[in-house]
Write a protein that binds this ligand. Structure first.
Ligand code: ATP
Length: 913
């Protein structure tokens, strides 16, 4: 190991990398322009540790717990418990405390787990860096970078570690993560002053910053915590925010309900107290009785469990989406997905496989069809490299130029051929190999002196090479119409007709051109790429992904429009669009067509066209805006560095996990782990499910709370006084009401969040994002169910009480039995109603009675608890219950079951939206 490398704890020994010439920096880092050997890199990794920054999680558990406790509701409840105990009602106070503790714990556990789950997702998108090791370019995980590594940077990359630049080409880096300055910095090779501020150290690149333009090579000088970013530890604190529009809407609803219930409680308190005093009960006793009562009512009827239910439903959704390869970066996307009405997708790699295979070559002297060899971006050849019969000289020249003007490389490992780099370029390199050109040897014979890397906005790439016999040659490859404009001596009409012919067959077509280079300097600028001699065209196929074709169909069934937005030629785009089932007619608009349109024209174009070709990032932005102006919820994919604005503007920005630039990932709400369109459709499906399940939970929780309030309200307002005790006849004692609240929320409401998706999830139109959460459906359902629950509980109570008294039973026992039956009726009602709520639209039998085991675990636990409540002597003492006979239980169950036919009829009458 090299003793000259700086050690972590002797920072004063760190050389001033920015002030040193590049050559000296290389020397000090014990590196060469050929890169490290794999062996050396392994040794350095052991010595320096992995290139990772310790991730500070979101808030710690204690803070989270405190946040749960520190809510107005909890303080009210705690105050109530204190008041109850102060008034001598220790049992009531203890039960209120139990409710508070349980609810807080559930909330805490859920939020904690949800936060952890969401944080864990970020590690599902592995970061890779391009390095030069063992003399060749390779991608390695960012964590394995070591000081001395030579990293290659290109626009869109995140700089993986701190490095001293040793080569640059128009390199611009946005260093906001470090300096807060969002204007990109132009990087150069020249050393800067030793005391230059971080933002002025233009000869260095810093880990965590983003390359916005150009290319560069840097020798790594500091990794992990020793990098500049690592020193400012606060930066990576990624608190997973759990707030979404829906949780906020529900929080508002919950607070209105709380206020409503508090008002109701005050009214009940006043009415009850007046009635008690009217009965001759002493003032203090009357107030005390009613105070306990009011507390129980407030605690029992306020839906404290709702926030936890929402959080867990979203967290489950996020996890399921991750399982289906869509990584949610921003939680609100999990629910917005459900209302997506348009998906704008890139073509290459998302709708197609990104396995480019050159199948046709055309030169001005004739066309050649070549056999296809397919390969995946990082995959292996599907067939061996077959050598073409000796190609005509013109074809050989064309393929040589195409291969030299490419960065992709081939290598053999594990008995198969692998490619590294851009699949479009790899197709060219493979074609050259198949023509027997020996690309590695070619690259040695024609050393590259300079290059203008491919940028989507230029649509071509150019390289400058020394010619074996002396002199130099400029080579270019790119979109045919772009190179045609920079070429001389061509019949443009003939050329473009040929392009059209190949593109109509669904091929991506690249033109290749060259020019003898006589300028003395060895640097090419954009302006130098003129007066080209056209060598010919290469046509390559990239078939649609079969699963994308199927996903497009599912989206269509779900009322979602799919639009393809591609940088490719219009004819290619149209052909692929047809194969994917996106278009039936011949319509495709190009970026040029869009340019002339005003905002209205753009809206019309966006609405009527599904295939857009030769689109530049700024067109994407305008398209999103036009679609949004028409009221659409737009999901938009993007991979390039310039796609960030469109991704941010769209309702759901989707980046590509494998091929996407770091810049696009940063701007996105979702990252696709497999770059596959099918994963977008899957995420939409999960989004719809999440929303359904939330509505189910709401439709379950609200009637229960309202019903409990209804039962007590009826009793206080209208019930007679007990002839013997002179007390109000209450269908439920305060502790019993709290019991229902305590056990019901946990065992019954949460399992709904695990409900499978409804059979028609992807057969109905997208949800209107403007529709209120408390829809007419939820409100009607709440009132119907609450009324039934109130009527059932009160009816059973009065019936049982009258029956017992008539049979000559002791009034106290009669009351206990009648109350126990009322509670059992409510519990039975809740169980039946829960089964009903498992589907908003379908009957229980259709969705499969046992399709959600969580529900039955919940019901089983509740029945067990309820048996204790009724039969365990200890519980009888605490809650004032009495054991019931089989007949009584059956009556309670029957009363609760009334909800089943009622909701079945309601579902038949009208499906909610
Ligand atoms: P999509 O938008 O469907 O994903 P894309 O992003 O691959 O397509 P671009 O990469 O912008 O589209 O490519 C646009 C055009 O630029 C291509 O049709 C091709 O003509 C040309 N092109 C693509 N890759 C290269 C390359 N490596 N070198 C030169 N030209 C290229």
């Amino acid at each position: 190991m090299n003793a000259r490398m700086q050690t972590p704890d002797r920072r004063e020994a760190t050389p001033p990398w920015h002030a040193l010439p590049a050559a000296r920096a290389l020397e000090l880092a014990d590196a060469t322009l050929a890169g490290l050997s794999g062996e050396e890199a392994t040794q350095r990794l052991a010595a320096h540790g992995p290139n990772v920054l310790p991730r500070q999680g979101g808030d710690g558990p204690l803070l989270l717990l405190w946040r749960q406790i520190n809510s107005p509701l909890v303080w009210v409840l705690l105050g109530s418990a204190g008041l109850a105990i102060g008034l001598g009602k220790v049992t009531d106070g203890a039960v209120v405390l139990a409710v508070v503790v349980l609810n807080t714990l559930i909330g805490f556990v859920q939020e904690f787990r949800a936060g952890r789950a969401i944080e864990a997702l970020s590690s599902m998108v592995p970061e890779q860096a391009m390095v030069l090791r063992d003399g060749r370019q390779q991608t390695v995980p960012v964590a394995e970078l070591v000081p001395g590594d030579l990293v290659m940077l290109a626009s869109g990359d995140r700089v993986p570690a701190d490095g001293r630049l040793v080569a640059v080409k128009n390199l611009q880096v946005e260093e906001a993560a470090l300096t807060g300055e969002s204007v990109p910095v132009q990087k150069t090779l020249a050393p800067v002053a030793g005391d230059a501020a971080l933002g002025d150290r233009t000869s260095l690149v810093f880990g965590g910053t983003l390359v916005t333009y150009g290319t560069g090579t840097a020798v790594v000088v500091a990794t992990g915590q020793r990098s500049e970013l690592g020193r400012i530890s606060t930066l990576l604190k990624e608190a997973a925010s759990l707030a979404t529009p829906l949780t906020r809407a529900l929080a508002t609803i919950a607070s209105y309900i709380t206020i409503g219930i508090l008002v109701l409680t005050a009214v009940i308190f006043a009415v009850g107290a007046v009635r008690l005093i009217g009965q001759g009960i002493p003032l203090f006793d009357a107030l005390r009785e009613m105070a306990i009562f009011a507390i129980a009512l407030a605690v029992g009827a306020i839906p404290e469990g709702l926030p936890a239910i929402v959080t867990i439903a979203l967290a489950i959704g996020v996890q399921r989406m991750a399982g289906r390869r869509a990584i949610i970066r921003k939680l609100p996307a999990a629910e917005t997905l459900g209302s997506t009405s348009v998906i704008c997708s890139d073509k290459t790699g998302t709708l197609t496989r990104n396995e480019m295979t050159a199948v046709a070559v055309w030169t001005p002297s004739g066309a050649v069809e070549i056999g296809g060899v397919g390969y995946a971006p990082q995959g292996a050849f599907r067939r061996g490299t077959e050598t073409l019969a000796a190609p005509p000289a013109a074809v050989a020249e064309l393929l040589r130029a195409a291969a030299l003007c490419s960065d992709a490389s081939l290598h053999q490992a594990d008995g198969a051929w692998h490619i590294a780099g851009d699949p479009t370029e790899a197709a060219l390199v493979v074609a050259a190999e198949k023509a027997g050109l020996g690309v590695e040897a070619l690259r040695r014979e024609w050393p590259r002196r300079d290059a203008i890397p491919f940028e989507s906005e230029n649509q071509f790439m150019a390289t400058l090479h020394d010619r074996p016999g002396g002199g130099a040659q400029l080579l270019a490859k790119g979109a045919p119409e772009v190179l045609a404009r920079r070429a001389v001596g061509i019949d443009e009409a003939l050329l473009l007709a040929e392009v059209e012919r190949l593109a109509t067959a669904g091929m991506r077509v690249l033109a290749v051109a060259s020019r003898d280079w006589s300028a003395p300097h060895g640097e090419v600028q954009l302006a130098d790429v003129t007066a080209l001699r056209l060598l010919g065209l290469v046509g390559m196929i990239d078939p649609p992904r079969p699963e994308a074709i199927e996903a497009v169909q599912r989206c269509h069934a779900a009322g979602i429009t799919v639009k393809m937005i591609t940088g490719d030629h219009a004819a290619t785009a149209r052909a692929i669009g047809q194969q994917l089932g996106l278009v039936t007619d011949q319509k495709a608009l190009s970026g040029r067509d869009l340019e002339g349109l005003d905002d209205d024209g753009m809206r019309a174009a966006a609405a009527s066209t599904n295939v857009f070709a030769r689109v530049a990032p700024e067109h994407k932005l305008r398209l999103v805006k036009a679609l949004q102006a028409d009221g659409h919820i737009v999901a938009m994919t993007g991979d390039g560095v310039n796609d960030a604005p469109a991704l941010k503007q769209s309702n759901i920005g989707i980046a590509m996990g494998i091929t996407g630039s770091a810049v696009s990932k940063e701007a996105a709400d979702i990252v696709l782990a497999d770059d596959n369109f099918a994963s977008i459709a899957a995420a939409v499906e999960e989004g719809r499910r999440v929303y359904d399940n939330l509505i189910k939970s709401l439709a379950f929780v609200l009637p229960t709370n309202l019903g409990l309030a209804g039962i007590l309200m009826c009793a206080v307002f209208f019930f007679p006084f007990d002839a013997v005790t002179g007390q109000l006849l209450l269908p439920m004692a305060p502790t019993q009401l709290l019991w229902i609240n305590l056990v019901g929320a946990v065992t019954l409401a949460l399992p709904l969040a695990f409900e499978a998706r409804e059979p028609d999830t992807m057969r109905r139109p997208p949800r209107d994002p403007q529709a209120p959460v408390l829809s007419r459906f939820v409100i009607v359902r709440t009132i119907v169910a609450a009324a039934l629950m109130t009527a059932g509980a009160i009816g059973v109570f009065l019936w049982e009480h009258a029956r017992e008294i008539a049979a000559g039973g002791a009034p106290q026992l009669a009351l206990r039995e009648a109350q126990t039956m009322a509670v059992c009726t409510v519990i039975a009602f809740q169980i039946f109603y829960l089964l009903n709520c498992r589907s908003l639209r379908d009957s229980l039998l259709n969705i499969g009675l046992f399709s959600n085991p969580a529900v039955f675990v919940g019901i089983g636990s509740l029945l067990l608890l309820q048996a204790l409540f009724v039969y365990a002597p200890f519980m009888q003492a605490v809650f004032g219950t009495a054991p019931l006979g089989v007949r009584d239980l059956l009556v309670a169950v029957a009363a609760g079951a009334v909800i089943l036919p009622v909701i079945a009829i309601e579902k038949r009458l009208g499906a909610p939206h």
